[in-house]
Design a protein around this ligand. Structure first.
Ligand code: MG
Length: 462
């Protein structure tokens, strides 16, 4: 018997060694999924107070995870916001900030996200992660700017917004139509760097993105993976699949957001079914605020002022939900300042990848906050509109040097002294308290000087 046990020992040892890396990975390098909505407002989800858009899956995600009240993106429109999220850098540093004439990348843009930028995908790929981008890219359409040149093994989605490949002669204002016709759009669905379908059936896009995401998770259940799932919607023109058409009390916009909510549920269910939920951080947010001038087909920023295109809170404060059962405390509400700029440092920390040290990274690591091990590390938010600083928040105070309605014929308005708001007291930015707090204004002005003194703008890509 003793001999028999001894003969088994080497087998047991080999088995132990063979499983050790898997165990170590389970503890140390989680999978990461970032789900990004497009133009979804601060007030558009049930768990952020919307009365008629039904989002049971996102509400459950928040109930099982952490919901942020003060989560910011780094720009007021699509392209620069996405550049910031993936690189952890203010878009002006990569040349992706644009200006009020050229706000986002178009089919005529001469550049895109420069190849030398380090994205979350590239850094995690270096650590053995499988990486996939699904959905809207909007960071350049030349081969060297596409996801497959930025650390993603695969890409399935659109290179631009869904309103940027119109057919000839469509009626004016078509994207804002409450009953948009599929034949008005000629979008190209891409697989990696090759066109797969044109025109793309826009009504089944969310469904097909979701199937692709589920497939990616199932196929990579045995290795660490990073999924960047950037939905095309609720950016206009709005289309939902049959199952969701004319079902929401909030009309077409509600149909589309409720399908996004379904999609989030599919992703989380897949993680649960595959036994990956305790080893996967999922973060949900949006790229910028609601496109208010689109009226009924635009979203809602709740009690916040302004929307897309503006540096009022409604343009850049977004829903932010972190989910990682057993690690992120269920049902927690985080009122600290955090930003999509912080996702790079957070993901790289979790993936044990070094934070780039040869360039300025504007993000901070959110893991202490997410794991309940320490406070947030962000005390400052710089609000850029294009390549100009319009406002700065320090602690509870936000100073506006310039304000702009976002999509208005009225030019931006300069303020000297700046407007000043205490955001916890006044989240709607209604009561200017500049006259009572000259010392706060002086302090924030100094922050602006410090920022400008060290700023080296990247080569413009628009
Ligand atoms: Mg957007």
């Amino acid at each position: 018997m003793r001999k028999y046990i001894l003969s088994l020992l080497p087998v047991a040892f080999v088995a132990l060694v063979a499983t050790a890396p898997a165990v170590a990975r389970a503890e140390k390098s989680p999978n990461i999924v970032i789900i990004l909505a497009d133009d979804l407002g601060y007030g558009d989800l049930g768990c952020y107070g919307h009365p008629s858009i039904r989002t049971p899956n996102l509400d459950r995600m928040a109930a099982e995870g952490m919901r942020f009240t003060d989560f910011y993106v780094a720009a007021t429109v699509c392209t620069p916001s996405r550049a910031a999220l993936l690189t952890g850098r203010l878009p002006i540093r990569s040349g992706m900030s644009g200006d009020l004439q050229h706000r986002v990348q178009t089919r005529n843009s001469p550049g895109g996200l420069p190849p030398e930028e380090i994205t979350i995908a590239r850094a995690l790929k270096g650590k053995g992660y499988a990486t996939q981008a699904i959905g809207k890219w909007h960071l350049g359409h030349y081969p060297q700017n596409l996801p497959t040149s930025h650390g993603f093994d695969n890409f399935y989605g659109l290179r631009w917004s869904n309103d940027m490949e119109p057919t000839r002669g469509i009626p004016k204002g078509s994207s804002g139509n409450l009953d948009p016709k599929p034949e008005w759009w000629n979008c190209t669905l891409m697989r990696n760097d090759q066109p797969l379908e044109q025109p793309t059936d826009l009504s089944t896009l969310t469904k097909r993105y979701t199937e692709e995401a589920v497939r990616f998770i199932e196929q990579n259940r045995k290795k660490p993976f990073f999924l960047y799932f950037a939905h095309t919607y609720p950016h206009v023109p709005l289309f939902a699949s049959k199952q969701f058409q004319k079902t929401s009390p909030r009309g077409l916009y509600g149909d589309v957001v409720e399908e996004l909510d379904w999609s989030v549920g599919q992703v989380l269910d897949t993680l649960r079914k595959q036994g990956l939920d305790k080893n996967t951080l999922v973060f949900f947010t949006s790229d910028n605020g609601p496109w208010l001038v689109k009226d009924q087909v635009g979203g809602c920023a709740g009690l916040l002022q302004g929307g897309k295109g503006s540096t009022w809170e409604g343009g850049m404060r977004e829903p932010g939900i972190a989910w990682w059962p057993g690690h992120v405390k269920a049902g927690s509400v985080n009122r600290e300042m955090a930003s999509s700029l912080d996702l790079l440092s957070t993901c790289l920390t979790l993936g044990k990848a070094p934070i780039p040290s040869d360039r300025i990274i504007d993000g901070v690591d959110m893991t202490p906050m997410l794991l309940g091990k320490g406070p947030g590390q962000r005390n400052l938010m710089i609000y850029y509109n294009g390549d100009e600083v319009y406002a700065i928040r320090k602690g509870p105070y936000k100073a506006h040097f310039t304000t702009f309605a976002g999509y208005s014929k009225e030019p931006p308005e300069k303020h000297d002294p700046p407007l000043l708001f205490h955001l916890p007291n006044d989240p709607g930015e209604r009561f200017n308290i500049a006259a009572e707090h000259p010392e706060v204004i002086a302090d924030i002005k100094q922050e602006l000087e410090n920022h400008r003194a060290k700023l080296v703008p990247g080569k413009r890509q628009y």
